[in-house]
Write a protein that binds this ligand. Sequence first.
Ligand code: ATP
Ligand code: MG
Length: 403
Amino acid sequence: MKLTDLPDEFIKATPIIEKIEQAGFEAYFVGGSVRDIILNQKINDVDIATSAFPEEIQQIFPKTIDVGIEHGTVLVLFQDEQYEITTFRTESTYQDYRRPDEVTFVRSLEEDLKRRDFTMNALAMGKNGEIIDLFNGIEAINNKQIVAVGNPSERFHEDALRMMRGLRFSSQLNFEIEEKTKEAIKEHHALLGKISVERIYIEFIKLLTANYRNQGLNTMIETRCFEYCPGLQTKEKELKALTLISNQSIFETEELAWLILMYVLNIDNPKSFLKKWKSSNKLMSHIEACLNELRHREKHEWDILRLYESGPEVISDVEKARLLLGLDSNEESSLQQYNELPIKSIGDLAITGKDILQSLDQKPGPWLGKLLKQIEKSVVLGKIPNTKEVLIQAALTFKEENE
Ligand code: ATP
Ligand code: MG
């Protein structure tokens, strides 16, 4: 098979392959980008594999960055673009189900393609568009199938993450996992227990945010891989409920994916759930706030104080989640209401704590914070205007009332 009319990303990178060839080595486009042109999908990054060793690549190109020489990868800077060029390699003996004990550089393309996860990812393409398909990857793509390269059980023993990658590709491409490959996942799903949460996280979020999410989720349930995902072990029933949300409702961001997942799964302690996933503190706080509001929204409209406390990001994600869940949703009008609030934070008040201390001629203490909160609330609710004179007056009144 030979492709014509290669996308620009490849045309731009062709001189790189030519230069490597002129130096007497082989070089090919490999991996996801070759799969993606055959599928007519958006190309992510164009990866190049070569028979040249990393030091040889560094000699061919004047501008390189060493990003992982021990794995054979050199970053080449060429005409304002960066390309990862990786030496053909084999990965011998995996003793811990996740990392090869040793990476060996080889001069053979076939050896390199053999260690790749799925046949659709084991394609190579020469500079003129000729496809090298040693493992029937094109047939698998035509059949919309994800097929392990070689013996699936062995391949999942080498690196158990490949099982999660398979599920995620299934979600992204609307492909089925081929029967033998799927049987091997069922048999070996427990090996995922050996894989770091961080690596599972990346695949799981790609699965949830993809266009054919339910394809991946259903296979995840069928193969029982969910049992080795943090916090999901006991949630089979709820995961099934999640698959009832149509693929047409795409969870476009990671935040929306977590929010809807945790809402449908009835997660009662969102922080501890996300801690198990080792998510960032920022994400944890955002999701916790969203989940609270999403639950509150089941029976209530937004009120002024909740809009103020939540802020635009939370308001927006809560309303977006409602839309995806098939519930009535008012993102625009809620944000509009938020934008009309007299202040957006306590820092917007026309007075500060210092002003209050001066006008009241008092020493600071816990009373001050409380008083400021009272003033803040009155301003947010529109009970008093946000002007210095009025707020000082309000401070005096509140102080007297509080005593
Ligand atoms: P994406 O479009 O998501 O980047 P991709 O197929 O390019 O998909 P990458 O993670 O970028 O995926 O990996 C690039 C290539 O490296 C894959 O196409 C595959 O050939 C190989 N690969 C990546 N991870 C593994 C793995 N765990 N086991 C075997 N081969 C792998
Ligand atoms: Mg890639």
